[in-house]
Design a protein around this ligand. Sequence first.
Ligand SMILES: Cc1cc2nc3c(=O)[nH]c(=O)nc-3n(C[C@H](O)[C@H](O)[C@H](O)COP(=O)(O)O)c2cc1C
Length: 205
Amino acid sequence: MKSYLKHGRLPDAVVVEGPLAGGHLGFKMEDILEVRCPSLKEIVKEVKEFICSIESEYIAKIPVIAAGGIRTKEDMEELLQVGADGFQLASLFVPTIECDVHENFKQAYVKATDEDEMIIKSPVGMPARAIRTDFLMDSLTNGCTVNKCYKCMPGCNPGAIPYCISQGLINAAEGRDGLIFSGSRLGGINKISTVREVIKTLLGR
Ligand SMILES: Cc1cc2nc3c(=O)[nH]c(=O)nc-3n(C[C@H](O)[C@H](O)[C@H](O)COP(=O)(O)O)c2cc1C
């Protein structure tokens, strides 16, 4: 918040990503693996209290957006109770007709069970959640072979990373075996649908 105030600004909104979110996660690896992270609900409650104090001090409105593992109307209702003003959802919308990702990427979501969820250490040094793929399993078992360095990250040493993040993401985006980030609880996502259907189901209509 201080960095905003320094520029005479306040955030337009705050997104709170809990431990069940997809991609890079802002928690310690051991806390995620040992299921010691606070829940999204607990974090939203705490952030909301802080944001409310800022709102009264600066006479402003800063919506708190909850994200990570939201799959049902009940999930949203619980978060509304602790002060969420909105929701950011990703995984439910990946296997939809409207999503412009490669068909194979969508199918990986449809086929994945809860057991295919992996927490990996990303070359950026943070834990990340992804779907188990041969690409990830091979690099974890045999080490990483970088055929082409994209120089995507200053300071990345291609000889000391678990896998090449650019190669993994490019492969997956182009429909090959690669790195597929995803949120948790994929077991309930079993078909390609439409954005309309996802929203209708979420709202229980
Ligand atoms: C494929 C994928 C890529 C993501 N990439 C980013 C990212 O680059 N930066 C970020 O802050 N969050 C990223 N996320 C997290 C989402 O923005 C979102 O907050 C989170 O996944 C919501 O949880 P859900 O997927 O369970 O709905 C990504 C999520 C997915 C599924």
